[in-house]
Design a protein around this ligand. Sequence first.
Ligand code: SAM
Length: 287
Amino acid sequence: MPKLGNPTNTIEVLRKYHFVFQKKYGQNFLIDSNILNNIVDTADITKDDFVIEIGPGIGSMTQYLAEAAKEVYAVEIDRALIPILQDTLAEYDNVTIINEDILKVDLKKLAEEKNGGKPVKIVANLPYYITTPIIMGIFESRVPVESITIMVQKEVAERMQVGPGTKDYGALSLAVQFYARPFIAMIVPPTCFMPQPKVGSAVIKLIRHEEKPVQVKDDAFMFSLIRASFNQRRKTLVNGLQNASGLQLEKKDIVSALEEMNLSATVRGETLTLEQFAQLSNILYKG
Ligand code: SAM
């Protein structure tokens, strides 16, 4: 089977199987071999690596991953793609295809059972409609992961990288930066996909911190604070936190915590750094 990462071979496979694109699954297949090579280079895949690919589609990127890695597990939700993948990946004996929703797969268990608990590398041209739950799920469920190299919507990649004082700063920026060091490796135009998405895309690599940048008594509590602060972006931090039903915080405790941190009672959550959120959560945590 020739490499798929070009328009001619992609169209040929799609025709052969009478494949119908499912919009609900965010299907935009890569048809540019330079971009595919660059993604695998950015992910820094070697013959020692166990790779999990999310959403292989017709296998265009999987072919490159299979050649570079020791082993590839590819999780694809669309049942119609499974016979296609069995065909396009037939010559690789180090690829396992799993027909499942990635949000339902226990990746921690998979890494433990198939890679002896050693860190895996995750690589994907993600379905954009579930980018955030996929990334948060990987980090929060403590999957042993060394790096995550993903194609996402350009704006989302930017959101992961920014700090306070920018309009894109939010819960996703803080969560990603708590767990990993992000960097945007390349910007990818819609013309590199079939069908073309309506938005620009970017490849971002998240390299997991060996040691977290801040010490927190309870990660989940800090993220509840962060979510509550950004849920009501235009409110002051005090109002945002005291209105959040799950937190049950009293106004006087929040004001006194801010005082202890030398912050004004009218400060907005969007101006706080990760260090400040960590400090605030350590003061307010009553575990
Ligand atoms: N990797 C292929 C490529 O680059 O050409 C396809 C990428 S396409 C943007 C996203 C893929 O993810 C599609 O094949 C889609 O069917 C699959 N997908 C969508 N939702 C999924 C889910 N919840 N779990 C697993 N795969 C999913």
